[in-house]
Ligand binder design. Structure first.
Ligand SMILES: C[S@@+](CC[C@H](N)C(=O)[O-])C[C@H]1O[C@@H](n2cnc3c(N)ncnc32)[C@H](O)[C@@H]1O
Length: 268
């Protein structure tokens, strides 16, 4: 706990410009299998399903949906909403989700300077699940976002958050070094409580440096490994896949993500 807090005091302010173009042109089915995407969806599903929230018949908001892989995994009985910053990417995700049979009228562009006044966060919009996947670690004020999102939870609704942990190399886009204690303090400060959480995904521990690789060859290798792992994970349900990953502790691997559910204190 002390480690992450001490490191957070030293982190410089980061800019988030890369999210304005990084997700373009990545909508083929193979891209959605890539482990860097599929592992996040699998981790979220693990926690949601063990808390009786399988992705069916739910109202779901994915704030900062990236390439839309999580929304793609929602059954078409879900009422989906989502925001992302790059209009070109948003248009491609709308086409992809529409092709999967979803109503995309609430998939829109996120203006970070006034994100809290978007219609998907209107007073009449309530969600059973709000996903914040690898978003909070980029923000100056994660507590402000959590507090605001909690106002749009339906009765019994949950915020499902995912964060990177045990990063072997600091990520220049992250404003926070994350751990369990940080999640607890953000929950408390935003007036919510942690309903469930899990530290999981040991597979990425040794692959992490590769995923940050620069240069053509590095990227090709990272994509190859991400695809192989992604195709493998598809063969197993979440609890078995992440359970098998825990065996890698014997060679020193640590979990790469924390996934957690937050509920409002009124629902406790
Ligand atoms: C690493 S991406 C995560 C994308 C996707 N959720 C995933 O897990 O792959 C971080 C996302 O955070 C969102 N984001 C960045 N800065 C933000 C801000 N100031 N306010 C709200 N969202 C922001 C952007 O939409 C960006 O795509």
């Amino acid at each position: 706990m002390k480690d992450a807090m001490e490191q957070n005091e030293k982190l410089p302010v980061r800019d988030q410009e890369k999210f304005y173009s990084v997700y373009r042109g990545r909508q083929s089915a193979l891209y959605h299998f890539a482990y860097m995407r599929s592992a996040k969806v699998k981790a979220a599903r693990l926690l949601l399903e063990r808390n009786d929230r399988a992705l069916k018949d739910l109202s779901v908001l994915d704030h900062g949906f990236g390439t839309g892989t999580f929304l793609r995994a929602c059954h078409t009985s879900c009422r989906i909403a989502g925001l992302e910053v790059d209009p070109v990417n948003v248009e491609a995700v709308r086409r992809m989700l529409s092709g999967c049979g979803h109503d995309v009228s609430n998939i829109g562009v996120l203006d970070v300077s006034q994100w809290d006044s978007h219609p998907v966060l209107g007073v009449d919009r309530k969600y059973d699940v709000i996903l914040l996947s690898h978003v909070l670690e980029h923000l100056d004020d994660p507590v402000g976002l959590l507090r605001r999102m909690s106002m749009n939870l339906a009765k019994g609704g949950v915020i499902c958050g995912l964060l990177p942990i045990n990063e072997r190399r600091p990520d220049e886009n992250h404003k926070w070094v994350c751990d369990r204690a940080l999640v607890a303090s953000w929950a408390e400060e935003s007036g919510m409580s942690v309903k469930d959480q899990s530290e999981l995904d040991h597979y990425v521990y040794y692959a992490q440096p590769l995923f940050h690789a620069k240069g053509h060859m590095g990227r090709v290798m990272a994509q190859g490994i991400s695809l192989v792992l992604g195709l493998k994970q598809a063969l197993f349900p979440p609890s078995i896949w992440f359970g098998m990953g825990r065996c890698l502790r014997i060679i020193g691997a640590r979990p790469g993500q924390i996934v957690f559910l937050l509920e409002t204190k009124r629902d406790k």
